[in-house]
Design a protein around this ligand. Structure first.
Ligand SMILES: Cc1ncc(COP(=O)(O)O)c(C=O)c1O
Length: 394
């Protein structure tokens, strides 16, 4: 049977060839300098590993409730109260549940909110999945051009809102740029969304990876614990913001597929209904493992990433434009204009030197920048920087 002809337009519209090309080329290399990695390089905290191991050994391996295990939901609700001032247990108008990773939360949000003809505004550059999620949901991702500083401001978004816009998708710290939005930017954005009746979705997968010096906001609970600025922390935000976060990046458990979503009850309700007939539940051992996550202090790792950020920015900014990242573990670097090369051409030259970085068109309609991940050993980062600096000069 020719099964090729059975594949529908939805699947044909999803093209992962850009990133696959890099991985295929790199697969031929013995020991590449891999600065393409989208996950942390530290070991998973022992208590989180043990929580998952214990759950498996104690035969807690069956389906969980669709919304997640009760003790994890309790922890999430306590964290939301401390961090954002959201009272999920005491406010019937909002709700939260455990998702299969941040992607799981995002996918359900797109499926719950977007149908044919609907639009969502996403940043450009964007996390590679965003436009495809819109396609899968049958709608359109409208790009908000944020070059050259990668700030998704209300001013840039406003002209893109139409009567078909369902939501604005905000991502700070951002992938691929690491740029962190300010409290003021969050305020303006939320005000704009409210005035237009558009939901604001905040993808905060890197919320714990924000660096000292750039931090300008604090947890609601004590008013002094530094936190990444978030539109979800503004007064009354729980009525108008869908918050999506993950455990994967923060604790190095990307393969476990665990995250959470919180926001207006009708939206969470629609998402959980879809969750029930798609993911069914988040992997049980991942939920038991994540139980201790909020008690683990990851600041040592975040400080280490900040040191690596400094290393990368110091070297690269001598050769080209770099927006200084204040979070995550990426930097989005412009191919110097004097080279006259697209980012794909530049990345090919990097691959010839066994260096892996990701071309900008994987994250953007433009092909002018490339993403460097500094989630790699310092010696490898140094080697990579030597090559990048050399290639940027000639
Ligand atoms: C901005 C952003 N959102 C969501 C995701 C998906 O994360 P998860 O592995 O939790 O599904 C990623 C992963 O790289 C990301 O960078």
């Amino acid at each position: 049977m020719n099964t090729e002809r059975l594949i529908c337009d939805r699947a044909l519209a999803v093209d992962a060839s850009g990133i696959r090309r890099i991985f295929n080329l790199a697969a031929k290399l013995d020991d590449p300098i891999n600065l393409s990695i989208g996950q942390p390089d530290f070991a998973v905290p022992a208590s989180i590993k043990q929580g998952a191991i214990d759950a498996i050994n104690q035969d807690k391996n069956g389906y969980t409730l669709t919304r997640g295990i009760a003790p994890l939901l309790d922890k999430i609700n306590t964290h939301l109260k401390f961090d954002l001032g959201w009272d999920v247990q005491g406010n019937d108008a909002i709700d939260a549940f455990v998702t299969s990773g941040t992607s799981g939360g995002l996918t359900l949000a797109f499926l719950a909110l977007m149908g044919p003809g609907d639009e969502a505004i996403i940043p450009d550059p964007y996390f590679a999945m965003y436009p495809y999620m819109a396609t899968i949901a049958g709608g359109t991702a409208v790009r908000c051009d944020t070059y050259p500083d990668f700030r998704m401001t209300a001013e840039r978004i406003e002209p893109l809102i139409t009567d078909r816009t369902k939501f604005v998708l905000y991502n700070s710290p951002g992938n691929p740029s690491g740029v962190v939005g300010t409290v003021e930017e969050c305020k303006d954005l939320l005000e704009l969304c409210r005035s237009k009746g558009v939901l604001l979705i905040s993808d905060e997968i890197y919320d714990e990876f924000t660096f000292k010096g750039g931090m300008t906001d604090f947890a609601k609970g004590d008013g002094k614990t530094p936190r990444c600025p978030s539109p979800a922390r503004l007064a009354g935000a729980e009525d108008d913001v869908l918050l999506i976060r993950g455990f994967g990046k923060t604790y190095g458990i990307t393969g476990w597929r665990a995250g959470y979503a919180a926001g207006p009850e009708p939206v969470i309700n629609a998402m959980t209904r879809l969750h029930q007939y798609t993911y069914v539940c988040t992997p049980s051992m991942a939920q038991w493992g994540a139980l201790s996550a909020f008690d683990v202090d990851m600041s040592e790792h975040v400080d280490d990433f900040q040191g690596r950020r400094d290393m990368v920015v110091d070297r690269l900014s001598k050769h080209t434009e770099v927006s200084v990242p204040e979070g995550a573990f990426y930097v989005f670097v412009k191919v110097p204009e004097h080279l006259g090369q697209t980012s794909n051409q530049f990345v090919d030259r990097c691959l010839e030197r066994e260096l892996m970085v990701i071309p900008g068109d994987v994250f953007s309609d433009r092909d002018t920048h490339f993403r460097v991940s500094y989630s790699a050993p310092r010696a490898k980062i140094e080697q990579g920087l030597d090559i990048l600096c050399e290639l940027m000069q000639s």
